[in-house]
Design a protein around this ligand. Structure first.
Ligand SMILES: *Cc1c(COP(=O)(O)O)cnc(C)c1O
Length: 417
């Protein structure tokens, strides 16, 4: 897991300048990760990575990734509006939603985004509201044919996508309505570090593309292999070798697609985590230490800033900035101040004995970190800072204030204010 490209003295100076907790992102690291992914598919003409906006929905970061060559994958009205305000439009935007309100289809259509339908049943509502789209993508759920993983669950238990028969029916129906270009999408695993999983998905979708052509007379224009490429959250885990992953998918392509009627199709991915995850840190300070039946270090961030540990028991590495001379590491629970006992960033984690004022880095928080934040217990969501390639640190989102928190309240008339 990367460290910020700053030494401990510079980190402490930063935390003196900006109140903790805050998120810090490394622009150069994110751009390098995006380029590595895009380069791994340089063999595939027209390849596109649509960055999953939900992972890190911060405009400065989206703009950086767009400049590095990424399209954007949106899943809600807010995410569509974000990319619209960044002037990212047309087929640089993919809209992959589920249980979609018609108004969001209208927003996506207004942008000219590629609409990825979670299920063909949504087609009638889409057509009624927006007319027949020129391009349409459908999302496949293979059910018992594939296993998923811990975060996303097995496909057969997943709410996403359509069955094979529904999918084939959907392509026939859409073709009859006048849709001209078609895509196929599946997203079956999350935070998966086994390249073989993605190769198996690619092989399954390549075979399905031929079946769609045979059964429906529809020749796909693109296949979106989804996101979900994992990152090493634990120090003993290895990153996915993206170049090797790209090469293995190329082998499948050579065997199943090259030289066939489908040779014109293009590939896409919609990864979030592998691009921004390792290049963001939640920077937090120890407020109190407590020794009861265990050692506790209470920090100024909470699960409302980073809910992955509390929600999925996810591991996030934690390091102490400026450790100096300390005793031997001993197990400690690193906890926030929510009135919930799952507000723990680490449980029985061996760390050097901590004391109030210590500065901690919670690693690999760049994706699905602040984005999943919430306001329970009236916790105010943290600021975000971007370390630019030239070493300057820019505020890219200020911290919330109590006025922000209360902005939506309708106070009783008698409230003294
Ligand atoms: C969340 C999500 C992604 C991104 O997942 P990562 O694990 O961040 O790569 C991509 N596509 C869909 C449909 C998603 O729901």
């Amino acid at each position: 897991m990367p460290r910020p490209p700053l030494d401990d003295v510079a980190l402490e100076a930063l935390a003196q300048r900006f109140p903790t907790p805050f998120y810090l992102y490394d622009a150069a690291g994110m751009v390098r990760a995006a380029r590595r992914l895009i380069d791994a598919f340089a063999w595939a003409p027209g390849f596109r990575e649509y960055f999953a906006v939900k992972a890190t929905p911060t405009p400065a970061i989206l703009a950086l990734l767009a400049a590095a060559g990424c399209g954007m994958d949106c899943s809600s009205a807010a995410e569509l509006e974000l990319v619209r305000r960044l002037a990212i439009t047309g087929e640089s935007v993919m809209f992959s939603s589920n249980m979609t309100p018609v108004a969001e289809f209208q927003a996506a259509a207004a942008l000219g985004a590629i609409i990825n339908l979670d299920h063909p049943d949504l087609l009638a509502g889409l057509v009624a509201a927006c007319g027949v789209p020129t391009t349409l993508c459908l999302r496949y759920n293979p059910g018992a044919e594939r296993q998923g993983n811990r975060i996303i669950g097995d496909p057969a238990e997943s709410k996403f996508g359509a069955t094979r028969d529904q999918l084939l029916q959907g392509y026939r129906h859409a073709a009859a309505l006048g849709v001209r270009r078609f895509g196929l999408h599946a997203m079956l695993a999350s935070n998966e570090r086994d390249p073989a999983y993605f190769v198996a998905t690619a092989r399954m979708l390549f075979a399905l593309a031929h079946e769609i052509r045979r059964a429906c007379g529809v020749t796909l224009s693109f296949i979106n292999l989804g996101g979900g490429i994992g990152i090493p959250y634990r120090p003993d885990e290895a990153p996915v070798d993206l170049a090797a992953l790209g090469a293995a998918i190329r082998d499948a392509w050579e065997q199943q697609i090259a030289g066939t009627d489908l040779a014109g199709l293009t590939l896409a991915l919609e990864c979030g985590r592998v691009i921004t995850g390792p290049h963001g840190w939640l920077v937090t300070r120890v407020r109190h230490v407590k020794h009861t039946y265990r050692h506790y270090a209470g920090v100024d961030a909470t699960m409302a800033d980073l809910m992955r540990p509390g929600m999925y028991a996810a591991y996030h590495h934690i390091t102490l900035v400026n450790p100096g001379e300390r005793g031997a590491p001993r197990p400690v629970d690193v906890v926030g101040s929510l009135c919930e006992n799952n507000d723990k960033f680490a449980i029985q984690r061996p760390l050097p004995p901590l004391q109030p004022g210590d500065l901690l880095l919670i690693h690999d928080a760049g994706a699905h970190g602040r984005a999943m934040g919430f306001n329970y217990n009236g916790k105010l969501r943290a600021a975000e800072y971007l370390l630019a390639a030239d070493g300057a640190v820019h505020c890219i989102r200020r911290a919330e204030t109590l006025d922000d928190l209360f902005a939506t309240v309708c106070w009783p008339a008698a409230a003294p204010g």
